[in-house]
Write a protein that binds this ligand. Structure first.
Ligand SMILES: Nc1ncnc2c1ncn2[C@@H]1O[C@H](COP(=O)(O)OP(=O)(O)O)[C@@H](O)[C@H]1O
Ligand SMILES: [Mg+2]
Length: 224
């Protein structure tokens, strides 16, 4: 199986004025194309920082991140944006949907931005929303949806252009137990259907144990 993500000897520190906060140290990771991986670890250990590095939103202090064979440090900002659009989907703890747009518009947005034909984009988006049980909520705005429904829309938006990897940062952290279970089930199902990789940060060990693998982030590194 080939690798979709690779991290080699990653170091990362935040710098605020003279204050340096080391977070990641000599971190190594390999994720295969269709693998589901959970990353667990105490609050503040660097999980979100790691996902930011994987998504090219921050640059490592040392070491490298390779996505689908491309070393991010060798790419300019435009190339990283393109690679992100082609290969990565993101889901966060809070949905980050556009509040003035309907569920359908939100899901179709990545397709419209990349220049897909409008009618095809809306057709594909309504189908995905129907597949995840939201056929009666296409024209609802985020404020008119429940927390679980919003996260389902956010997942549909992240997956609409078939990314190679879905990066999810505590996507169920803000939901009640029942919605969390549904949202997690949906993510696993879509991930398997699309044959993409899933990297999920979670506090929930029940969820972590349902994935192919889970790793603990501790003292700046992943314990394999
Ligand atoms: N912008 C920042 N400047 C300085 N330190 C930060 C900044 N963002 C996060 N940190 C510190 O980095 C550590 C890791 O943060 P984070 O990756 O958000 O942890 P997690 O997602 O595991 O809870 C924390 O100890 C946090 O205090
Ligand atoms: Mg975090």
């Amino acid at each position: 199986m080939s690798k979709i993500i690779e991290c080699k000897n990653l170091d990362y520190s935040y710098h605020n004025g003279k204050i340096k906060t080391p977070v990641l140290k000599s971190l190594n990771l390999e994720v295969h194309q269709t693998e589901s991986l959970a990353i667990v670890g105490q609050s503040g250990c660097g999980k979100s920082t790691l996902l930011n590095l994987l998504g090219g939103m921050a640059q490592p202090s040392a070491g490298k991140v390779v996505i689908n064979g491309s070393d991010l440090s060798q790419l300019n900002e435009e190339e990283i944006t393109l690679l992100r659009a082609q290969h990565l989907g993101f889901v966060y703890q809070f949905h980050h949907l556009l509040k003035d747009f309907s569920a359908l518009d939100n899901v179709a947005m990545p397709l419209l931005i990349r220049g897909d034909d409008t009618q095809t984009a809306f057709k594909k988006s309504s189908k995905l929303l129907a597949d995840i049980g939201l056929q009666d909520r296409l024209n609802h705005r985020p404020s008119e949806l429940s927390g679980g429904q919003r996260q389902r829309v956010a997942i549909a938006r992240a997956l609409i252009n078939n990314p190679s990897v879905l990066l999810a940062d505590e996507p169920t952290g803000n939901l009640d137990a029942k919605s969390a279970k549904e949202v997690f089930g949906l993510m696993m199902e879509l991930n398997q259907q699309q044959k993409s990789a899933l990297i999920l940060v979670t506090h929930d060990m029940d969820i972590a144990q349902k994935m192919d693998r889970f790793l603990t982030l501790e003292n700046g590194t992943l314990n394999l």
